[in-house]
Write a protein that binds this ligand. Sequence first.
Ligand SMILES: *Cc1c(COP(=O)(O)O)cnc(C)c1O
Length: 434
Amino acid sequence: MERYQHLKQTDPEIYDLIRKQINYESSTLKMIASESFVSFSVLEACGSILTNKYAEGYPGARYYEGNEFADQIENLAIDRAKQLFGAEHANVQPYSGSPANNVVYRALLKTGDKLMGMPVPSGGHLTHGWKVNFSGMDYVQIPYGPHPKTGKFDMDQIRQTAKKERPKMIWVGATAYPHKIEYKDFAEIANEIDAYLIADIAHINALIIAGVHPDPVPYCDVVSSTSHKMLRGPRAGFLLSKIEDRLQSKYFSDHQLNLAQRIDRAVFPGLQGGPHLHIIAGMATAFQEALTPEFKNYGVQIVKNAKKLAESLLAKGYCLAGGGTDTHLLILDFRNENFTGKDAAKALARSGIIANFNMVPDDPRSPFVTSGVRLGTQSLTTMGMKEPEMEKVADWIHRVCQNITRIDEESTKIRQEIADFCSQFQIPGITKPC
Ligand SMILES: *Cc1c(COP(=O)(O)O)cnc(C)c1O
């Protein structure tokens, strides 16, 4: 908290709430699969005076003067993104993951066009064509999802749907799919029907960097990502793409823009004004951290931890959607229990395990209560936890679930045990030196 001394003087109310959030995050287990801890370096870049600068446009082509250093910062972020993912082109200006996805639609589709995407209850993101989102209002979603029995993609069925409906775009990516995604198989289908293939790696980018998840970059026209989930960067989005548009002659006979140019123009001036330079600087710093061997080890350990946690929970008799995990996330399946996903998520949170309730395949309960809880291991891995700690976490989860009706007494005890346990670890951006 010594980093917040000015705020303490000038705005004690906000200071106090940040202090409380810091205490909360450092005394609980952050198992929300989309969150992480950024380093002090990322925090400093994001908290810098770069927030003052207007830099509308792109490096070398700005609409405001005084952007010499802004250009260098954005170019560093772009170069590091390309190096990190082996991409031909990168745009680091999207304000977050959802705006990045909006860019892809505006760049490549016309209103009313069909896309294939996963509905939210199947594990897809709102921006993959869900009805209450712009993507479902302005475009037509052809749904697909994991097979209700196996919890995995059935590629024959997906190919059949694609051939029948002939969408112009296929979204591959999820917020709640615990298995590996074979982009190569999706690319074959996209090729057969002349559809753009878009990977959304918001959740799993660190696993791709670490080489423990298939790499979409060689197979997809565009790859969309956030930087604030397991990549441990600021809240932002970025887009990777090929330079050439393999479907240009089919869909854009009137234009002479390549794919990279189409994406850039859709970001600015299509959807956004000035880029958030302080956030782009933080992203560049996060990319630099992600280029290190330590980051690869982190990616590898995330999956080892998730597998260990899954194994420990299965051994205690719990069901997991899709039977287990080969990513960072697992979904506890409470369809056969007399409590809901929401009951469990609330009881877990009172006990110091912070997660979210989540639909399971073929969920008989409503999306407002659900039968599942989604857990991710990336933040615990960032704290330095390994397999033995995952067994402890499984024990706590088990105790909470067993005591769900009288959780108030038990949760106070567990909450304290977890706070003591967390204090043994260093947390980036909170307690970890450097
Ligand atoms: C989180 C997420 C997004 C959106 O990111 P926001 O920054 O919350 O807008 C998009 N796609 C997927 C798959 C995600 O998990």
